[in-house]
Design a protein around this ligand. Structure first.
Ligand code: ATP
Length: 472
């Protein structure tokens, strides 16, 4: 089934079949359990329906209208009154419009006449279960959002924040963590999207691993090989079979970073994986079944990308089943002092030096800054300043220079000429590649060769910087 691994609940749904004819109930049961992730319970006495609903979590009812003791219509009315969220699929031998209208009026979800065609039964049950799962999700979300109670504060301990907006995001994360549907994490570069993906995995209760992969710019073959693996001899040099990241993440979470920069070709393959729960390793004739939860992140504007025909709408709608929008640091400036303290502690531990004190002046300087590189940029600034400290305090000067004054004086071309690197174009205007190369080298120089910090200065991820440096 298409959605079995990636689209619906992993726990089998409970279907109650209310039918006094054992042949029919057995047939429905076998057909449903064969085609859907569902467990059927049969009830041949309509008087027992309500007690069963009280004692068990039933997700959907198949109800024969012609029952002895209490009629199907009466059971339907009772269920609709006491358990309005449970979809009821009515089955009857009466092919009458009036009966159908009556049932719908009394809250039936669907109406099927006997003899029951298997495909019709399966579609009705599938639709009913989907509605049921959406209802449960909405209840869970509104419960969580109303209370803003964080049930697992320890899971969020690595995400430093005092922002009310971030706390509401934590609450949402807790609500959707155990859902098997994809999560799309949106936000500017360096806002903490990967941290959020890790917490989603941690709270998902999944026993498999968290497997991150940066998919930016991967072509068709690179994408298939990385995610799906290959068979022995699939291409020249494929001397042994290799399983891909989807297999590594079996029972866990596959984190697709920079999904907005995935080219169109591989987007089709990803869509198929999400829709069918299946994939073909390179060189394989038969598909493999995937069992992963997908979390994707991007700092790109996907709406714009879809308008420009660079991102598939069907893929977007698959991925955004749950969406988390992480606010930029400039929209939660109240977090800055807490983040600075946190990073100072980290930096001092890494540099094996006593904890530095943070002068208030630093906060005044940072209050006027926009942070295009967000938290990664702040982290780099703090680490850089901590490594320059000579006394007991975090030095103010590196922050002032960074925020207030440019590190070097630009010449007429607008390109800074300070530092050890320069760009010369002898009357010819530099190309974008040259400009990009210049700034990457400049950032690396300022960050003393530390790629992660250089990436922070440039407002891009470390993996993107590393890839761009390799392709230069
Ligand atoms: N709230 C936070 N508390 C502590 N550290 C944080 C927080 N948010 C982000 N960080 C740190 O900032 C850095 C960047 O975070 P992360 O990689 O999760 O961002 P991202 O949004 O995925 O970036 P990109 O879009 O560039 O991939 C990491 O070192 C992360 O640990």
């Amino acid at each position: 089934m298409g959605d079995t691994n990636t689209g619906t609940s992993e726990k089998p749904a409970a279907v109650l079949i209310v039918e006094d004819d054992p042949v029919s109930s057995e047939l429905y049961s076998v057909q449903i359990q064969d085609k859907l992730p569902a467990q059927c319970v049969v009830c041949d006495d309509s008087r027992k329906v309500l007690p069963i609903l009280v004692q068990h979590n039933i997700d959907l009812i198949i109800l024969d209208l012609n029952m002895p003791h209490i009629s199907g219509q009466e059971v339907l009315a009772q269920v609709n009154l006491q358990f309005p969220d449970i979809p009821v699929v009515v089955v009857t031998s009466e092919d009458s419009i009036q009966v159908a209208v009556d049932c719908m009026r009394h809250g039936a979800f669907d109406f099927i006449t006997k003899p029951v065609a298997e495909a019709r039964l399966i579609t009705a049950v599938q639709h009913g279960l989907r509605i049921r799962s959406l209802q449960q999700e909405i209840h869970s979300l509104s419960d969580r959002l109303q209370g803003l109670q964080i049930r697992n504060p320890e899971a969020f301990s690595g995400i430093i924040t005092v922002s009310h907006h971030m706390r509401s995001i934590f609450s949402y994360i807790e609500a959707v963590a155990s859902s098997p549907k994809p999560v799309l994490v949106l936000g500017d570069s360096g806002t903490g999207k990967e941290l959020i993906a890790q917490v989603l995995h941690q709270l998902s209760g999944r026993s498999g691993s968290f497997v991150p992969v940066n998919v930016s710019g991967l072509d068709d073959t690179m994408f298939s090989d990385a995610l799906f693996g290959h068979t022995k001899g699939a291409f020249t040099g494929a001397n042994t079979a290799r399983s891909g990241l989807v297999e590594q993440a079996r029972g866990g979470t596959l984190f697709l970073d920079e999904i907005g920069d995935l080219p169109m070709g591989p987007q089709v393959k990803l869509l198929r994986l999400l829709q069918e729960g299946e994939y073909y390793p390179l060189g394989a004739d038969s598909p493999k079944t995937a069992s992963v939860r997908v979390v994707a992140a991007t700092n790109a504007n996907l709406t714009q990308k879809m308008e420009q025909g660079e991102f598939r709408k069907d893929l977007y709608y698959r991925l955004m089943a749950h969406t988390v929008r992480v606010p930029a640091l400039r929209d939660r400036m109240e977090d800055i002092p807490h983040l600075v303290e946190y990073f100072v502690t980290q930096a001092c531990a890494e540099l094996s030096r006593p904890r530095l004190q943070v002068p208030q002046e630093i906060y005044r300087i940072l209050a006027g800054y926009e942070f295009p590189g967000n938290i990664r940029e702040l982290q780099s600034m703090v680490f850089d300043a901590a490594s320059r400290a000579t006394g007991a305090q975090l030095p103010v000067e590196p922050f002032r220079t960074y925020v207030v004054g440019p590190p070097s004086v630009p010449d007429a071309s607008g390109i800074p000429q300070g530092g050890g690197t320069s760009i010369s174009y002898a009357g010819q205007f530099p190309t974008m590649e040259q400009v990009e190369q210049f700034f990457m080298e400049e950032a690396l120089r300022i960050a003393s060769g530390n790629q992660s910090r250089a990436a922070g200065l440039l407002g891009i991820s470390q993996s993107t910087l590393s890839r761009r440096l390799k392709t230069e």
